[in-house]
Write a protein that binds this ligand. Sequence first.
Ligand code: PLP
Length: 382
Amino acid sequence: MNLCYFDHNATTPLTSEASVAWLEATEQSWLNPSSPYRNAAAVRVRYEAARESLAAQLEIAPGRLVFTSGATEANNDVFRNWARQLSANTLVGVNPTEHPSVIEAAEVFLGRRVEWLKIKNDGRVDVELLGERVRSGQMAAVSVMAANNETGVLQPWQEIADICAEANIPYHCDASQWVGKMPLNGLSQCSYVTACAHKFGGPKGVGFIILPNEAGDFSILLGGTQEQSHRAGTEDVAGVLAMLAALELSKTQESSARDDFIKRIVVEIPGSIIVGHEAPRLWNTVSLILPRHRSMRWIRALEKLGFLISVGSACSTGKASVSATLLAMGIDPVAAGRALRISSGVNTKAEDWQALLRAMVVANSLLDSEASAEKSSVISLD
Ligand code: PLP
């Protein structure tokens, strides 16, 4: 069966351009760029050219850009370094709807120094309150993502960057769901930005972090002088070149097909709720709470009908826990247990959204019949 993929916020297929770039670099530029001969220097030149090209797109000096194994690593390292660099009696403001790689790193590395920021019911951080807290002088750093992986809600990160810059404190923005979907300009104003290639058609296990101009002793891995001594380890030249090839093709898209889906699903399945509908959101994401049946039942029913969709964050799949993001938005845990995450990609067509809508209507009746069959078998057993 041809499966229709609606889980691009979990990962995207490698674009053919990225695949060609990866294969070419793997075959032609496989030498260790740190080796002492001229052929290796040529690989170093390609690698540094890639850094310059990405830095130019991000409007930053190449020295601020460090390639990493992805966003989880980079997010962990922001908090590990802050724990060491920031003075012990200060607080760090963290958005409670962050990806687990921020939440858990903040909890483990900073513990009681974390101040969970207040968010509004639409999922956005309350910027006025944040401004007050920052100006009170007690906050030493802030971490708020650009776009949420579950709901697609866009945070007012440009405003937060200004607030933090005025107070002269570092601001970390996890832009993993933003880069490749939205314009890059403005990210240079954040002290730290983290992102990964596999959310926009690049390979898995490659990403980057933007560091502040004076990153000092910011350290990711020890044991070598690669990445201006911030991250030791032999460079993934092919991965980085493939990431750049994918980024070149990525673009902001129209959300009209997604918006039509939203308009119709709430009519076709009455009682459906769109999470964060009052907030600006990514063009590709729908977080939907259905009136009946738990998320996993929906996912299985839709997979049988040929559609791959998700529940909450991909990293928490398999855990029976309810989405922490939805709970932080004040959504009732029972309702949050009926939430689905639907996320399209650059090649998703309007017809795919329409087909998904039809499949959801079918799945709804199938699940209703299953539920009433289960109910009557329980009654007959009684
Ligand atoms: N941050 C956000 C917002 C994400 O959506 C993800 C991936 O799901 C990550 C971080 C982790 O990225 P990676 O898979 O590169 O470790």
